[in-house]
Design a protein around this ligand. Structure first.
Ligand SMILES: CC(C)(COP(=O)(O)OP(=O)(O)OC[C@H]1O[C@@H](n2cnc3c(N)ncnc32)[C@H](O)[C@@H]1OP(=O)(O)O)[C@@H](O)C(=O)NCCC(=O)NCCS
Length: 158
């Protein structure tokens, strides 16, 4: 699913398809194990046994920051978009994180300005833009800003 995401929407992510395409299943398992030891989680959406989307996230580890949760890697397969999977993945991930740790006060994400659909989705959900790095990415002729978004748990209406 991650390979599909990097191939179909390279401008949305900071990894490169060419860098990860050579990874074996074993490499992915080792990677996922390491990530989960660092507090990361992945949630998948499937329909009729076929994966259609994913959402990643990580609770900050050090005690002073552990009330923050970073959402990453949200992706829905191109042919399955505009069917509500993105919204449901985001909601499921937030519910999962709060169930695991009801003390989470902030959900954070970083989105490239080119990803208007993702920005809209997060705004619909109650996220607000709290910062921006101008021209963070320069890929060939395309420049995009990096936008920081935040959702305070106390404002959440799930
Ligand atoms: C962002 C993404 C996950 C949305 O998935 P989705 O399943 O299509 O989203 P939903 O159907 O749940 O739509 C939820 C809301 O997102 C916004 N949205 C989705 N697609 C949009 C589009 N093409 N244009 C504008 N807004 C859009 C809308 O606000 C929409 O609500 P609405 O249907 O009531 O108008 C998907 O477009 C995607 O994978 N994009 C490429 C990868 C990416 O940008 N990931 C984010 C990295 S942070």
């Amino acid at each position: 699913m991650r390979l599909e995401a990097l191939k179909s929407d390279p401008q949305a992510f900071s990894d490169h398809f060419d860098v990860v395409k050579g990874m074996s299943d074993e490499d992915w398992c080792v990677n996922m194990k390491r990530q989960s030891q660092n507090g990361s989680s992945l949630i998948f959406a499937e329909e009729n046994g076929v994966l259609v989307g994913m959402s990643g996230g990580r609770q900050y580890q050090f005690p002073d920051f552990s009330h923050n949760y970073s959402l990453q890697s949200l992706f829905v397969s191109p042919h399955q978009r505009r069917r509500g999977f993105g919204k449901r993945l985001l909601r499921a991930h937030i519910e999962f994180a709060l169930k695991k740790n009801p003390g989470i006060a902030n959900f954070l994400c970083e989105i490239y300005s080119s990803q208007v659909e993702s920005i809209n989705l997060h705004i619909d959900f109650g996220f607000i833009v709290v910062g921006r790095i101008v021209e963070f990415r320069k890929a060939k002729s395309q420049k995009s800003d990096l936008i920081y978004m935040q959702l305070r748990s106390k404002t959440l209406k799930l």
